[in-house]
Write a protein that binds this ligand. Sequence first.
Ligand code: FDA
Length: 394
Amino acid sequence: MEAPRTYRAVVLGAGAAGMMCAAHAGPGTLVVDHARAPGEKIRISGGGRCNFTNLGCTPERFLSANPHFCKSALSRYTQWDFIELVDRHGIAWHEKTLGQLFCDGRATAIVTMLRDEMAAAGAELRLSTEVIGVDHADGLFGVTLEREGRRERVEAPALVLATGGLSIPKMGATGLAYRIARQFGLGVGETRPGLVPLTFTGAVLEGLAALSGVAAPARVTTNGAGFDEALLFTHRGLSGPAVLQASSYWHEGAEITVDLDPEGRLLPALRAARASAGRRAPATILSEHLPQRLIAARAGEVAARVGDCADAALEALVARFRDWRLTPAGTEGYRTAEVTLGGIDTDGLSSKTMEARACPGLYAIGEAVDVTGWLGGYNFQWAWSSGWAAGTAI
Ligand code: FDA
C-alpha cells in the first residue's frame, strides 16, 4: 500500500448527515461511501420530493433514551437555517400538511445542493469504496479503504460515523457505525425498526387483509402516544402515517387502539338522524363518514332503522369504530422501516459537538445515534442539525 494520505477529517457515509457535516468541516475532509451515489435515501424520500424538514420541529418530536440530547443541535441549526440554505440554492418548496416541507421538484435537487456545498467547502467525495477497518494511534484515526480491489490507507485526527442505521438493507444500510462505535468503547443500545407498518396473524389478519386498500383518517394510540393521520389497511396488516408514527412507540406484545372517528362525528350524526329521519339505516348514515367496506366489516348486528336504536345501541355501534383494540404480531422490520430506533448511546457523546467524550476526535451523527424523529421531515432535520454540529466543531 502507498503511504497514507492525511486529511483533516474522514466522514464515513455520504448520506444526509455525512454530507452536511463535510460541508461545514472545511477543506481537507474526505467523505467515503460504499454506494455508487451519495444521498440515496434523500433521492427516494418523500415519494421523490424529499420532506426535508418540518416547520414544527421541536425536541418533543424525537425519541431517545435521553430526550434532552437532541435539544442543543436542533436549537443551534434549526429548520429555518435549512430553509435558508434551500432558498439560497433556488430550490422551490411547499408545505404539504402538518408543517411538512417538500421540494416542488425532484428530491435530487437537495442531493445536488449538498454536493455543491461540499465541493465549495473543499471536501473530497469517494464513492463505491468499502471501509475495511479503522484503528487509532498517536491522535490519528487510520482508515483502510478498498475500491475496485485496491486498498488504501487514509489518516485523520477526526473520524465521523455517519453511516446511518439498519433500515432498508437493500439500499446499502449496514451496522458499520455501531461496530466502530463499540470498537472505541461507545455504548450501542438495542435497535429496532421505526416508522414501519404493523403486521398481524390469524383471524385478526384475515379481517384486516379483507379491507386491504381501504384508507381512512384515524387516531392510532399505543403506549401513551397518539397520532391523528391517515390509516391504510394492507394484506399484511396496518400502514399509513398514523400507524407508522405509532409503530415507533409500539413494543412487542403491546396493544394499539384505532379510533376511526377521531373528530367524534358519528354519534351526533346517528342521533341527529334518529331525530329527523328514523327510517334510515344506521349503515347509510355511517357511510357519509366512513368507507363502505369498513362499515360492512365493523358495524356488526344493528337494527335496520336508526329510529329503532336506543342510545346504548348507538353508543355500542360507534365504539366498534372508535375503540378498536388490536395486538400486532410484529412489524415489517428493517426491510421497509423508514428509520432505526436506538443505536449509539448518547451518554457517551457531547450534545454540542457529537464528539465521543472518551475518544476525542471521534464523532457520531444522524440516524446512527439514538435520536429518532417522527414522520414528517424530522429525521432529515436531525441529520442536518447533528451534521452541522459535528462539522462546525471539527
Ligand atoms: P443515511 O442512511 O442517509 O446515510 C448513510 C450513508 O452511509 C449511506 O449513503 C450509505 O450508503 C452509507 N453506508 C452505510 N453503510 C456503509 C458502509 N459499511 N460503508 C460505507 N458506507 C456506508 N426522513 C425525513 O425526514 N423525511 C422524509 O421524507 C424521509 N423519507 C424517507 C423515505 C424512505 C424510504 C426511507 C428509508 C427513509 C426516509 N426518511 C425520511 C429517513 C431519512 O432518510 C433518514 O433518517 C436519513 O437519511 C438519515 O441520514 P443519515 O445520513 O444518518 O443516514
